[in-house]
Design a protein around this ligand. Structure first.
Ligand code: ACM
Length: 534
């Protein structure tokens, strides 16, 4: 998107006036006004955006960033780094109270309870950009919006500018607290640098949860000091027979810290009792017959289960979850729980119930795929899930947890219905990467749905997640190709008021993101349902 050309979405959007025409008074020598990104074009759509075409701001070599320190330090330093790299300006961070003529001010003022901790108010005028929030994460979200309102060339080191930002005011806050992106590092392993790059890409769209799928049949990806063979054997391969890999605990903590610097919480998942071949190949005591299966490099599911109800498995579960909880500062541990058809329902329920209680005993909130909700429906057994357990709905061919007669009001639900939110599905039958069992999932299909469509009471909806499985993905370029352009649409469903959701308007705003992705070197897919700039 170049010049300001239209008023767009946003629950309340003032009319944006065109600026390009010269109505007689402007002589040929008048400098052209730099074009600006319309503020309501930001993705996710802001709750309200009121452009003021007479009050555009210009970032220049004289601009300073003003921060009181404290909770504002992390977002200010992040923003200063981004802007310095893009512009080459020095952009010093100074304390409040000076008299700079051009300022970007980040302020934690606690003045507006309606925006919560993640919301922000962005006020842009001739001499100042002011981002106000109740907490550091709100300032970060506001800074990501400011980034999108700057020309896309801000993403390229030492670009020439000019750096005009549309004047006006945005008030913005999220619809759901959980706005997740998952990454399957088990089917194929991705190094820390790739995960950090993905974190930066999803943060641009106000994703606040990175769900890391750390184990599956094909690979075990996190060092557990009590069981070194999990990584030396279970981590040694991948789908197709590659060399695999794993994160040391220090590397995992590096990812967690990098994510925290973008206000993203890492949710680690160890999938159990199914999807466990990598663990079984590493530890003979986990198999009922004591047999050690070979490592697995195919892509079938439903091929493995832990032997449940044994002391060895109980020890394994409590040790692995305990080590993971100890290196995870975030409040969640994910126990997986999907697609185990090799044990009985009562065995499954008892196992999941115990694993979830272990997570609680470790001081964390249990998360699992929606399959675990059957545990809570079990009649006449003692198997139950702890109140507040989060279940993730994925299997679009079955009803979500907590609907109708199953509603227990004690579970929360995240929505990742595979036919809308699985980014590993092909875009269309011709896409070379990806699977198609729930697809294809076009860009429109990834955007055009609501978590409230499924009958779960709105108070039990925790959020939305864009899931990226990696059976067919082997590189960062592959990850980007499947995530972009679909992930921003899922982020918008999770953040923006439903009144802003309109595919016909969204596809135009999405198309306007392409120059930014190009400047960031992102390998996105030019899907045919989006009117990309040429
Ligand atoms: C899943 O796709 N089996 C969670």
């Amino acid at each position: 998107m170049g010049a300001r050309v239209r008023a767009t979405v946003g629950a309340t959007v003032a009319v944006a006036l065109g600026v390009a025409s010269c109505l007689g008074a402007c002589g040929s020598a008048a400098p052209a006004k730099p074009s600006v990104v319309p503020m309501a074009d930001a993705i996710p759509a802001p709750v309200s955006a009121h452009p003021d075409p007479g009050a555009d701001f210009s970032l220049t070599g004289a601009t300073v960033l003003v921060s009181p320190g404290g909770a504002a330090t992390t977002p200010t330093d992040w923003l200063a780094g981004l802007l310095r790299r893009g512009t080459g300006f020095s952009l010093p961070v100074v304390a409040p109270g000076g008299h700079a003529s051009s300022r970007i001010v980040l302020e934690v003022d606690g003045s507006d309870p309606t925006i919560g901790d993640q919301g922000y108010i962005l006020e842009i005028s001739h001499s100042q950009v002011l981002i106000r929030a109740n907490a550091g994460e709100g300032l970060f979200d506001g800074a990501e919006t400011l980034r999108q309102l700057l020309p896309a060339t801000i993403e390229t080191a030492h670009s020439p500018g000019p750096w005009a930002v549309e004047g006006g005011q945005i008030t913005d806050y999220p619809l759901y607290p959980w706005r997740g992106a998952s990454l399957d590092v088990a089917r194929h392993f991705f190094p820390v640098s790739d995960v950090e790059r993905y974190i930066d890409e999803v943060a641009l769209y106000k994703i606040d949860v990175l769900h890391l799928h750390l184990s599956d049949d094909q690979g075990w990806r996190i060092a557990i000091s009590a069981y070194p063979t999990l990584t030396s054997v279970g981590g040694s391969t991948a789908v197709g027979g590659g060399t695999g890999g794993y994160y040391t605990q220090a590397e995992y903590q590096q990812i967690v810290a990098y994510a925290a610097g973008r206000y993203i919480t890492v949710v680690p998942e160890i999938d159990m009792p199914g999807h466990s071949n990598a663990a079984l190949a590493s530890l003979p005591q986990l198999d009922c017959g004591g047999k050690v299966p070979p490592v697995y490099t195919g892509i079938d599911s439903g091929i493995s289960t832990l032997c449940v109800g044994t002391a060895a498995t109980d020890q394994y579960v409590s040790t692995v979850l305990g080590e993971l909880a100890a290196i995870t500062p975030g409040p969640y541990i994910d126990i997986g729980g999907d697609e185990d058809t090799l044990i009985s329902g009562s065995e499954y329920d008892a196992f999941v119930s115990q694993a979830a209680q272990t997570v609680v005993a470790d001081g964390k909130i249990p998360v699992g795929w929606a399959d675990i909700a059957t545990t809570d429906d079990a009649q006449g057994t003692t198997a139950t899930l702890p109140t507040g357990t989060i279940t993730e709905y994925w299997n679009y061919q079955s009803a979500p947890p907590d609907t109708g007669q199953n509603s227990s009001e004690k579970l929360k639900v995240i929505f990742a219905p595979a036919d809308h939110a699985y980014l590993d599905q092909k875009y269309d039958p011709g896409t070379t990467l990806g699977l198609d069992w729930a697809g294809p999932v076009s860009v429109e299909q990834a955007y055009d749905w609501e978590p409230t469509d499924y009958g779960v009471p709105s108070g039990e909806i925790e959020g939305v997640e864009a899931a990226l499985w990696s059976e067919t993905l082997t590189s960062m370029a592959d990850i980007e190709y499947m995530a972009l352009p679909r992930l921003p649409g899922i982020a918008e469903i999770a953040w923006s008021p439903p009144s802003t959701h309109s595919w016909s308007a969204y596809r135009e705003r999405l198309a306007a993101q392409a120059p930014r992705w190009q400047a960031m070197g992102i390998n996105y897919y030019r899907a045919p349902d989006v009117p990309w700039p040429s």
